[in-house]
Design a binder for this molecule. Structure first.
Ligand SMILES: [Zn+2]
Ligand SMILES: [Zn+2]
Length: 265
């Protein structure tokens, strides 16, 4: 029995990831149209009718766009905290009451054989969270849409086997780019998005645990390039004596296609 993870698509344009075991199938966010979610699940041999739940990190469109349709079409429960439910209710349409599930931040719960621990992250949404997932001694964590990391977040995710970490933008590309100043400030702010360099620096701290794999996620289309994100993170790691491919494996997610499909254990 293996614990599985695959990013279906990731970026400021839309986000969804699959996490599962043989018994349990979960989506983390549903940020593009139902059709796109169906297509990308099919690519990895899965179907939305198998889903046991859709977890919601926060109410921004790039995380919830398809959630209502998938829930209605396939009768799938949506999980979110109370504040996020209130903020997204009028965006995702009518959800049948038996598919409305509410969790509390920083309190763990189960979907079948997967234990889920939501944790607070600093981002400009009502009550945004990252998640840690546990199954048979393996741990997978997801932390995207965060303006900065702190020791609480580092400690929460550092003993994961696999971490999905935001590498949103290259600072120089963002500064030189065409975004209006208020948007640049928002992205760079304490509740905005994590830069490539900050992702590298966070990883240097996380790697003191048992972490072996990282997937860089939520790349900006305007202010980043996959190769640049990868190179910057690897450079920061190597400047701190950490070898990519030996001490840790750095891998990518993509805005328009599925990532590698990880099977742990
Ligand atoms: Zn986002
Ligand atoms: Zn967001």
């Amino acid at each position: 029995m293996s614990f599985r993870f695959c990013s279906l698509f990731s970026g400021s344009s839309g986000n969804a990831s699959y996490i599962g075991t043989e018994k349990t199938h979960i989506l983390i966010d549903a940020g593009l149209a139902c059709k796109t979610i169906e297509k990308s699940m099919k690519e990895i041999g899965l179907d939305p009718s198998m889903l046991d739940g859709i977890l919601t990190t926060h109410e921004h469109d790039d995380h919830i766009r398809g959630a209502g349709v998938v829930s209605r079409k396939y009768n799938v429960p949506i999980y979110a905290n109370q504040e996020t439910w209130e903020a997204m209710e009028n965006k995702i349409g009518n959800i049948s009451s038996n598919n409305i599930r509410v969790f509390n931040n920083n309190m763990d719960f189960y979907i079948k054989d997967i234990n889920i621990q939501p944790f607070d992250i600093p981002h400009d949404a009502v009550s945004p969270v990252g998640f840690c997932f546990f199954n048979k001694g393996k741990k997978i964590s997801i932390a995207t849409d965060l303006g900065h990391t702190n020791s609480r977040i580092i400690n929460t995710v550092m003993d994961s086997d696999l971490v999905v970490l935001e590498a949103n933008h290259d600072i120089e590309m963002l500064k030189a780019g065409s975004y209006p100043m208020h948007l640049k400030k928002r992205i760079m702010g304490r509740k905005g998005h994590l830069s490539n360099e900050d992702a590298g620096l966070a990883l240097v701290k996380m790697i003191k645990g048992k972490l072996t794999h990282v997937l860089l996620a939520h790349l900006s289309k305007q202010n980043n390039l996959p190769q640049l994100a990868y190179n910057t993170v690897v450079e920061v790691l190597e400047a701190n004596g950490i070898k990519n491919g030996k001490d840790i494996v750095v891998d990518m997610t993509y805005r328009d296609r599925v990532s590698n499909f990880y099977h742990l254990g």
